[in-house]
Design a protein around this ligand. Structure first.
Ligand code: SAJ
Length: 459
C-alpha cells in the first residue's frame, strides 16, 4: 500500500475526505445527498449555472431528491455546488455522473466523460480516487480515461486510483434508492478496487466488488441488455398473439404463475427511456470494433423500434371497424412519458406514435398529467409544437373518435375513459379489469378483456 492510499484510507475513515461529484443530474445529485448523509463534505460540479445556483439555494431539480432532504445538507455546508472545475483539486474522491449519449448512428459520445476527465487531470494531485459512474462501453475507463490521467505522470494504483461503478438509479422507484441498491465497483488495479470498495462501502448499504473496471462496465450493460431483449421478446409475443387472436395479457398473466424459471415482462408501445434503448448499443458498438456482431441486440432493437408502427396499425384497424379512417379522426393519446408515473419523455415511443398519427392526418391531442407540455427541443419530429396536455373531460372523451392509451399512469381512471369514449385502444393492459363488453381493443386478441383472474392457490 502506498502512502497515498494509506492517507486516503485515513481520511475516509475519519470522514475528513472531501467528495467530488461531477454532473448533478438524476444520478449525481442523489449520490451527493447520500455522500453528505454519510457525513462527508461534498463539492458538486455542474456546467449548468442554474443547476448550481438552485442547489446552493437548497432547491432540488431532481424528482427523487426533495428540498427537505437537500436544504439541511446545503445549510450545514455539507453540500456546495460550483461550476469552477479547478476546485477538483480539493477533492479526495471524485465520482463522474455525466451523460453518455449515443449519436444518431448509435455511436457512443464520450465528450462529457472526456471533458470531465480532462478537468480532473488539470487539477489532479497525488492520492485522488476517481470513479466513473456513467454507462459506457467496456474498456472506456482503461482506454479513454486512464491515459489522460497518467499523462500527468501519476501512476494508477500508486498515487492515482481509478474505478468504474455503474449507476443503478431507477427514477421514481418507491423502494430502491441510491443508498439501498447494491453497488457494483471494479478498479483498474486490485488496489483501486479495494479503495473504491472501502469508500463506497461507507455510502452504500451493499457493495459488489468485481475484479476489473471492464467487468463492472459489462455488468451494467448485461443488466440492461437483458431487459431490452426480454421486452422485445414479449413485444414479439404480442404480435404473435395478435395474429392468433389470443389475448397476450392472459398468456403473460398465466405464464407469470410459474414460480421458477420465468420473469414477467409486459408488452407495450415500444421502448423508451434514457437507459434501456441506449445502453445495449454501447456493447454493439464496442463489439463491432472487434468484428463481432451482437445479433440479439440488433434484432431486439428492431422489434422494439417497430412497436409504434404496430400500435398505429392496430388503431387504424380499430377505427376501420367503425367505418372511420385515421385521417380526420380525433385521437386522444393518453400518456406520453416513457413509462408510468414519471415526467420523462426521453426516447418515449409516444413521440413516435404521435408523429406517425400526424403523418396520417389524425386530429391529434394528448393528455398526460405528468407531462403538461411537449416543447420543441429541436429533435422532436412533431409538427405544431409546443403541444399542451388537454383535460380529459367527458365532453372531450365523448367528442373523440378514439382514445389511445400509450403510458399507463396510475393516476388516470381508465374505466371511466372506456365507459365514455366511443373507442379505446389500450397498449398497456390498463383496461384488463374493465368489465367485459366495453369497446376496448388491446395489443392483441379479443376486443374485450375478461377481468384478471386470481390464480387458484395450490390444490
Ligand atoms: N417496458 C416494457 N415492458 C416491460 C418493462 C419496460 O415495455 O416489461 C418499457 C417501459 O415502458 C419503458 C422502457 O421499456 O418505455 C424502459 O422501461 P424500464 O422499466 O426498464 O425503465 P427505465 O428505462 O427507467 O430503466 C431503469 C433501469 N435502471 C437503470 O439502468 C439503473 C433498469 O435497469 C431498471 O431495471 C428499470 O429502471 C426498472 O426496473 O425500473
Amino acid at each position: 500500500m502506498t502512502e497515498y492510499e494509506a492517507s486516503l484510507r485515513e481520511k475516509i475513515e475519519d470522514h475528513s475526505a472531501v467528495m467530488g461529484v461531477i454532473g448533478l443530474g438524476y444520478v449525481g445529485l442523489p449520490l451527493a445527498v447520500e455522500m453528505a448523509g454519510s457525513g462527508y463534505s461534498v463539492l458538486g460540479f455542474d456546467i449548468n449555472r442554474r443547476v448550481v445556483d438552485g442547489i446552493n439555494r437548497g432547491d432540488s431539480h431532481i424528482q427523487d431528491v426533495s428540498p427537505e432532504q437537500l436544504r439541511p445538507l446545503v445549510e450545514s455546508k455539507l453540500i456546495f455546488a460550483t461550476d469552477d472545475l479547478s476546485r477538483l483539486r480539493e477533492c479526495d474522491a471524485i465520482s463522474i455522473c455525466v451523460p453518455t449519449p449515443l449519436s444518431k448512428t448509435k455511436d457512443p459520445d464520450l465528450a462529457y466523460v472526456v471533458s470531465a476527465t480532462q478537468a480532473i487531470a488539470a487539477a489532479l494531485r497525488p492520492g485522488q480516487l476517481i470513479v466513473l459512474e456513467s454507462t459506457t462501453y467496456p474498456g472506456t475507463t482503461r482506454e479513454a480515461m486512464l491515459p489522460l490521467l497518467e499523462a500527468t505522470g501519476m501512476r494508477v494504483g500508486e498515487d492515482l486510483f481509478l474505478c468504474f461503478s455503474p449507476e443503478r438509479v431507477d427514477p421514481g422507484n418507491p423502494v430502491w434508492h441510491t443508498k439501498n441498491t447494491p453497488k457494483v465497483i471494479g478498479g483498474i488495479t486490485e488496489r483501486c478496487t479495494a479503495l473504491g470498495t472501502m469508500l463506497y462501502g461507507k455510502i452504500f448499504d451493499t457493495l459488489v466488488p468485481v475484479s476489473s473496471a471492464e467487468a463492472a462496465e459489462l455488468v451494467k450493460l448485461h443488466e440492461n441488455t437483458f431487459r431490452m431483449i426480454n421486452i422485445a421478446l414479449v413485444n414479439e409475443m404480442a404480435q404473435i398473439c395478435d395474429r392468433l387472436g389470443v389475448d397476450v395479457w392472459e398468456v403473460i398473466e398465466a405464464a407469470g404463475s410459474k414460480p421458477f424459471g420465468f420473469m414477467k415482462f409486459t408488452p407495450g408501445p415500444g421502448l423508451g427511456g434514457h437507459c434501456i434503448p441506449l445502453d445495449p448499443h454501447y456493447l454493439s458498438w464496442k463489439m463491432r470494433t472487434l468484428s463481432f456482431k451482437t445479433r440479439m441486440i440488433e434484432l431486439s432493437s428492431e422489434i422494439n423500434a417497430e412497436m409504434p408502427a404496430f400500435v398505429v396499425r392496430k388503431l387504424g384497424d380499430a377505427l376501420n371497424e367503425e367505418g372511420k379512417a385515421i385521417k380526420g379522426s380525433r385521437v386522444i393519446v393518453v400518456g406520453v412519458a416513457y413509462k408510468r408515473d414519471i415526467d420523462d419523455m426521453r426516447e418515449s415511443p409516444a413521440i413516435e406514435i404521435l408523429h406517425l398519427l400526424q403523418e396520417k392526418g389524425a386530429d391529434l391531442v394528448y393528455h398526460d398529467p405528468f407531462c403538461p407540455i411537449i416543447a420543441d427541443d429541436g429533435h422532436t419530429p412533431l409538427r405544431g409544437l409546443p403541444m399542451h396536455s388537454v383535460e380529459l373531460t367527458d365532453e372531450v372523451l365523448r367528442d373523440s373518435d378514439c382514445v389511445l392509451i400509450v403510458t399507463d399512469h396510475t393516476t388516470i381512471d381508465y374505466a371511466h375513459i372506456a365507459a365514455i369514449a366511443p373507442l379505446t385502444v389500450d397498449t398497456r393492459g390498463a383496461l384488463r379489469s374493465v368489465p367485459v363488453g366495453q369497446k376496448v381493443v388491446g395489443l392483441s386478441g379479443a376486443e374485450f378483456h375478461p377481468p384478471a383472474l386470481e390464480p387458484e392457490m395450490g390444490r
